[in-house]
Design a protein around this ligand. Structure first.
Ligand code: GDP
Ligand code: MG
Length: 162
């Protein structure tokens, strides 16, 4: 059966926008205010002739205590059911506690991880993307989910991980 890619990360980093970029269609719900995406939604995707399933995640409240824990919990469920994980961070913001919580879940899972440093709309933001090496998850792929910048290289890495 088709391999499953889980897309995880804290709210507002651009997961749903990136899912739409992967799908080549606007199906995942993009939110200007975080925390509104439904829990986990699966979509059929194809890249370079390979079919796979993309799972967009979200669905946690953004304004409550224990947010990092709930994000990690959501991520854990999605990661457990996945063959590989696309971990999305916002290169323009850097890493926060919520990101670190997901990184711990990723380490424990031992699943292959591809790291997307999103919102690199401009080459000048490449340095911020490179700073994501500090997560210890390998090469950060600088992408702009909004404009499509870098998404081809990212998807090639995803296919290798699946
Ligand atoms: P999610 O909560 O992680 O699913 O994030 P969304 O995909 O809903 O995006 C949150 C916000 O970030 C929306 O306003 C998007 O338009 C914006 N966004 C997503 N990707 C990019 C990007 O590559 N560049 C910029 N500038 N904004 C982005
Ligand atoms: Mg979303």
């Amino acid at each position: 059966s088709r391999p499953v890619l889980a897309v995880v990360g804290r709210p507002n980093v651009g997961k749903s926008t990136l899912v739409n970029r992967i799908l080549g269609r606007r199906e995942a719900v993009v939110q200007d205010t975080p925390g509104v995406t439904r829990d986990r939604v699966s979509y059929d995707a194809v890249w370079n002739g390979r079919e796979f399933v993309v799972v967009d995640t979200g669905g946690w409240a953004s304004d409550a205590d224990g947010m990092a824990a709930r994000i990690a919990e959501q991520a854990e469920l999605a990661i457990g059911a996945a063959d590989a994980v696309l971990f999305v961070v916002d290169a323009t913001v850097g890493t926060l506690d919520e990101d670190e919580a997901v990184v711990r879940v990723l380490r424990r899972s031992k699943k292959p991880v591809v790291l997307a440093a999103n919102k690199v709309d401009d080459p000048r933001a490449e340095a911020e993307a490179a700073a994501m090496w500090n997560l210890g998850l390998g090469e950060p792929y600088a992408v702009s989910a909004l404009h499509g910048r870098g998404s081809g290289d990212l998807l090639d890495a995803v296919l290798e991980a699946l």
